[in-house]
Each structure stands twice: as structure tokens, then as C-alpha cells.
Design a protein around this ligand. Structure first.
Ligand code: ACO
Length: 329
């Protein structure tokens, strides 16, 4: 019988648009205040893409950096997975556009829709292809241009989100390293808590759907908040236990960056020192599928993750979806 190969991340990269939108600027756009946003969310500023920039543009820049770090060429890639809720188009897949522009001629490509859990889902899928020896090099990208689907007159949502991209190359690594455990979950009954109602086959895009703002993201903030706190606490503890680890074993936890209060409540629930939890929400806001890979690239660049570190990635978001990757670096 063919032996199973371990899959690990051998290179990361990220890209953030240059334009910074601060809370102070937002105060001039909607009825809000820097103080409200900081105290309720932890966000100070976020990045916003130019009008002409789409998800594939950000993805390519992050991907090129990840490929360079992994020291492989795009032509060596076997598969490209793009996790996003803001693709360039419904179709073709953003992953196919990235495949073409990178020159990844032999790579298969598809998009993955699991909202803020998208990157964690993507790593889990990539791991399966590597473990089964089907593929050698897989590029997983988490990217969002949420500024394009946010209603900039709705203070409940527009203050939360930002744009960005993060990428990781997944490949075979030595036994005992790489992705040790992954677990994914979903609860479709909570789908209406966070959604983009218009433009699909349920409510096709018409002048009336646009007049009613159905092309904008809608969210029940407090319900999502409760769900996120539960996932970050209970799900993380249970999963760690099931794979034989204690919270003390974690060297770094990278959670989805939705709200600093969610992250702090998880730190308390897990009894994990805040220094062991990566946060960048103050600078970038909630970038959905891009939050975790951007944070991962920062943590790797700043050597907060070194060979041997136990890294835990936890995502939660629309769907509802959630997932965890436990990784030995
Ligand atoms: N500025 C000032 N006041 C505001 C703002 C704002 N930007 N937004 C809302 N308020 C007001 C509300 O209108 C409300 O006023 P009212 O009491 O007079 O009605 C008051 O502030 C309190 O509103 P709450 O909704 O109770 O505020 P809360 O403390 O719950 O914070 C928030 C809201 C930040 C949205 C929080 O619920 C949250 O972070 N939820 C999770 C969101 C999230 O994680 N979403 C993304 C998931 S990821 C994905 O898949 C894309």
C-alpha cells in the first residue's frame, strides 16, 4: 500500500492595497466615531482596493511572494485554490484567472466558498491531495475585495471590513511536520445571518434588486458574534483535546480577525496568554478569507513561527462555516 505523505506550508506571501481608510475618515462618511469602532471592534484602519482592482489582482501579488519564498516556479504548481466571497466574476473562477496570469500551465484551478473559514478549508483540501500523493505543489490563496460588496452608507457593516490577499504553497514535508490535524464544520441553518442576497439564481440581479440594495452584504452582527465566541472557545478546546494536545502546547494561535472582543474572549476561555494569539485586526479590519493567510505571512516573516512551532489556525464565518488546522511548522 502506498504510504501517506505529510503536507506542510513551504512558503507564504501577502499583499495589501496601499490605500488606508482610517476610522477618522469613516467618521466623515457615516454616523460613527473612532471611539465606537475601536472599543466595539478593535479596528483602527483598514486597506481599500482601487476601483479597478479585483480579487485576482491582489491574489497574483500575494501568490508571487509565496512562490518566491517556497522557491518554486508557477509552472511547477499542480493545483490553485482561491478561497473568496468576492471573486472577479461568478465565473470563470478567480483561480483560473490567477492560473493564467501566473503562467501555472499544468495547474488545475478552482474557487472555494467558505467565507472567513475559506483559507482553513483550502489548506484542508490541499492536504488531502498531498497526503494521497496526487499532487506535489498546491497554491492556496485567501483573498477579498469586500469594499466592493459593502454598503458604504450602512454603519453596522461598513466599518468592519477591509481588502487584502494572503497565499501559501502546500507541499510534501518530512514526517511529523506540517498539517497534523484538520476539522471542518458547517451549519447551513444560520446562512441568513450573514449573506449577500442578490445577484444569484434565487434573486437575479435586476434594477429592482439593486434599488433595494440586495447586492450588498447583510449581517446580523450580534448573532454572528455569539456564534464566533462559541467556535473560538469550545470548538478549539475540543479539537485540540481530540488530537492529543493541550492549550499549553500552542506556540501561536491565528484566529480569524472579526472582532478584537471575540479574540479576547477566546483568549480568556482558552486561558491562553494574548502574546500567543496573532492579531492584526487593528490595521486591516476583517478581510474574511484573507485575514488568516495575511496574519500567517506576517507571523512567519517576523519569526513568530519557527521550525518546530505548534501553530493553530481557526476560522469561522458565513455559511455558517468553521474550521481548524493544527500545524507543526
Ligand atoms: N458607529 C456607531 N454606532 C453604531 C455603529 C457604528 N459604526 N454600528 C452600530 N452602532 C450602534 C447600533 O445601531 C446600536 O445602537 P442602538 O442600541 O441605538 O440600536 C448600538 O451601536 C449597539 O449595536 P450592537 O449591534 O449591539 O453592537 P455590538 O456591540 O454587538 O457590536 C458588531 C456590533 C461590532 C457588529 C459586533 O456585533 C460584531 O463584531 N459581530 C461579529 C461580526 C462578524 O464577525 N462578522 C463577520 C463574520 S466573518 C464573515 O464570514 C464575512
Amino acid at each position: 500500500m502506498e504510504s501517506k505523505t505529510s503536507a506542510g506550508i513551504i512558503g507564504t506571501g501577502s499583499y495589501l492595497p496601499e490605500k488606508v481608510l482610517s476610522n477618522l475618515k469613516l467618521e466623515k462618511m457615516v454616523d460613527t466615531s473612532d471611539d465606537w469602532i475601536r472599543s466595539r471592534t478593535g479596528i483602527v484602519e483598514r486597506r481599500i482596493a482601487d476601483r479597478q482592482t479585483a480579487a485576482s489582482d491582489l491574489s497574483i501579488k500575494a501568490a508571487e511572494r509565496a512562490l518566491e519564498k517556497a522557491n518554486i516556479g508557477a509552472e511547477e504548481l499542480d493545483l490553485i485554490i482561491v478561497a473568496t466571497i468576492t471573486p472577479d466574476y461568478f465565473f470563470p473562477a478567480t483561480a483560473c484567472i490567477v492560473q493564467d496570469k501566473l503562467g501555472a500551465k499544468k495547474a488545475a484551478a478552482f474557487d472555494l466558498l467558505a467565507a472567513c473559514s475559506g483559507f482553513v478549508y483550502g489548506i484542508s483540501v490541499a492536504e488531502q491531495f498531498i497526503k494521497s500523493n496526487a499532487y506535489k505543489y498546491i497554491l492556496v490563496i485567501g483573498v477579498e475585495v469586500l469594499s466592493k460588496i459593502v454598503d458604504w452608507s450602512d454603519r453596522n457593516t461598513c466599518i468592519l471590513f477591509g481588502d487584502g490577499a494572503g497565499a501559501a504553497v502546500v507541499a510534501p514535508v518530512e514526517e511529523g511536520k506540517g498539517v497534523l490535524f484538520t476539522r471542518l464544520g458547517a451549519d447551513g441553518s444560520g446562512g441568513d445571518l450573514l449573506m449577500l442576497p442578490g445577484g444569484g439564481s434565487r434573486i437575479p440581479c435586476t434594477s429592482s434588486s439593486v434599488e433595494n440594495g440586495l447586492h450588498y452584504l447583510r449581517m446580523s452582527g450580534s448573532d454572528i458574534f455569539k456564534f464566533a465566541v462559541k467556535i473560538m472557545g469550545e470548538f478549539t478546546v475540543e479539537t485540540l483535546k481530540d488530537c492529543g494536545f493541550e492549550v499549553e502546547d500552542i506556540d501561536l494561535l491565528i484566529p480569524h480577525q472579526a472582532n478584537l472582543r471575540i479574540i479576547n474572549s477566546a483568549a480568556k476561555r482558552l486561558d491562553l496568554p494574548v502574546e500567543k494569539i496573532w492579531t492584526n485586526i487593528h490595521r486591516f479590519g476583517n478581510m474574511s478569507a484573507a485575514s488568516i493567510p495575511v496574519a500567517l505571512d506576517e507571523a512567519v516573516s517576523q519569526k513568530r513561527i519557527v521550525p518546530g512551532s505548534l501553530l493553530v489556525l481557526v476560522g469561522f464565518g458565513a455559511g455558517l462555516t468553521w474550521g481548524i488546522n493544527v500545524i507543526r511548522w
